[in-house]
Design a protein around this ligand. Structure first.
Ligand code: FMN
Length: 423
């Protein structure tokens, strides 16, 4: 069974990741994980934290001389910011945090600005930010200082997911499966790709390669400029901006997931994985919401005979509006999932909130924050896609070693290509 867990807080000592069930023999290097972590940190519109954190991951178990051993892979990502937060976040009982001299300010930024940075950090968080877990988390766990909520609810945790995803990607790469992403909307600025739903792999690969050179991860130069302007405008207005990204996988073998039981459908499992990315508010496959408008005659991907002449069990698909999934099962076409990322909920000028200890109106608390994270969310989605696919692949084809798994994948591919189960 392939499974993984993360632990750690945003301003604690660091983040831990355990990936269990990875076959032995998968090439793994810290450099490879660092590359993915760096991609998550890029993107036009990121804030000060990204300059503090240059993330690196260390393997603490399960890897020896650049290869997985079959034991749990343990990763550690240090929080460089920890040095500034040690007093506030110390796991040992001690007299820290609490109110600064004169009591906690009710209305926020104005009064707090007279304090030093260290004093501000020590303030309890008592003015929940609308759109964050602050309020719901404190109602659930009974935390009066909402720092105990936001430290774990923070998207800093997605660094740990990205590291786990890098491990999954290393496995997938050995099996000929590649994962990528790009951005197609930031606020009002959108790019409409052409062709929209290619069944060929090349357009997807080219879009991801062009996105890798773009500060907003958009493959199109004109749309890129408009997207950067949308970020600049939000920054000038003290506002934030959301958007939409697309994540895809190529070379995915058919037959992953199952229609036989609701919780085995791969579309359902992927939807949960992508929707679990903090801030994601809508998830779609292939043509997604366009399906609401299209007539049935244009919404589906025909199944056509082999262009080289009809042969048992051989066919082609001219388009991929289904996004590589039919009946919750992969069909061998590019797997395509898109998602909407909401505009970030931390605004320089806090949204209307309440100072909960007094019940008085107040501006929401401000924590250093980004203006736009749509490109980064796409990178996190790649990690989630890789993790779900690694799990589904191992479920179907198993294998304690990479050699064993690779043999099974190749044997299956040869059978499908030959027209199995008809030829
Ligand atoms: C990579 C990434 C970075 C994020 N950075 C921030 C940030 O700097 N400030 C912020 O307010 N929200 C940020 N978010 C979004 C919040 O984590 C998210 O809005 C919050 O968890 C509540 O959303 P939810 O209701 O979908 O969980 C980020 C999300 C991601 C995926």
């Amino acid at each position: 069974m392939f499974r993984w867990l993360t632990g750690g807080e945003s301003h604690g000592p660091g983040l831990t990741v355990i990936v269990d069930g990875l076959p032995a023999g998968v090439p793994l290097e810290a450099e490879r994980v660092a590359r993915e972590l760096a991609r998550r940190q890029e993107g036009y519109g990121r804030g000060g934290r990204m300059r503090i954190e240059r993330d690196r991951a260390r393997f603490l178990g399960g890897v020896r001389r650049g290869r997985s051993t079959g034991a749990p892979v343990v990763l550690w990502i240090e929080n460089r910011d920890w040095a500034n937060w040690q007093a506030v976040m110390d796991p040992e009982p001690r007299e820290t945090g609490g109110e600064p001299p004169g009591g906690a300010p009710a209305s926020g930024a104005g009064e707090a600005s007279a304090l030093t940075a260290a004093e501000r950090r020590a303030l309890p968080v008592e003015r929940p930010r609308p759109g964050h877990a602050d309020l719901a988390g404190s109602l659930k766990y009974g935390h009066r200082d909402m720092r105990d909520v936001l430290e774990r609810a923070s998207a800093r945790e997605t660094a740990a997911r990205t590291a786990a995803g890098a491990v999954a990607r290393a496995l997938l790469a050995e099996l000929g499966v590649e994962v990528g992403s790009f951005v197609e909307r930031i606020g009002p600025a959108a790019w409409r790709r052409e062709p929209a739903y290619p069944a060929e792999e090349e357009p997807w690969r080219a879009w991801a390669a062009a996105a890798a050179r773009s500060p907003v991860h958009c493959p199109d130069a004109a749309a890129e400029a408009a997207m950067m302007e949308a970020v600049d405008q939000a920054l000038r207005a003290g506002d934030t901006v959301g958007g939409r990204f697309v994540a895809f996988a190529l070379g995915v073998p058919p037959g992953l997931g199952s229609y036989a039981q609701w919780d085995r459908r791969l579309d359902g499992r992927l939807a949960q994985a992508i929707a679990s990315i903090p801030g994601v508010k809508a998830v779609a496959f292939g043509a997604g919401e366009e399906m609401a408008e299209l007539p049935g005659s244009r919404a589906h991907d025909p199944i056509l005979p082999d262009p080289g002449g009809p042969r048992p069990g051989r066919f082609v698909r001219p388009s991929d509006r289904a996004g590589g999934l039919e009946g919750g099962v992969t069909n061998g076409e590019p797997l395509v999932v898109s998602a909407v990322m909401k505009p970030l909920a931390t605004l320089r000028r806090g949204l209307p909130s309440v100072h909960l200890p007094s019940g008085q109106p107040a501006e929401a608390a401000y924590e250093r924050s980004d203006v736009c994270v749509v490109p980064a969310a796409g990178v996190v989605a790649e990690a989630m896609l890789a993790l779900v696919l690694a799990e589904a692949l191992l479920e179907k084809l198993g294998g304690d070693s990479l050699e064993e798994l690779r043999h099974r994948v190749e044997e299956r591919r040869r059978a499908w290509e030959a027209g199995w189960p008809w030829a």
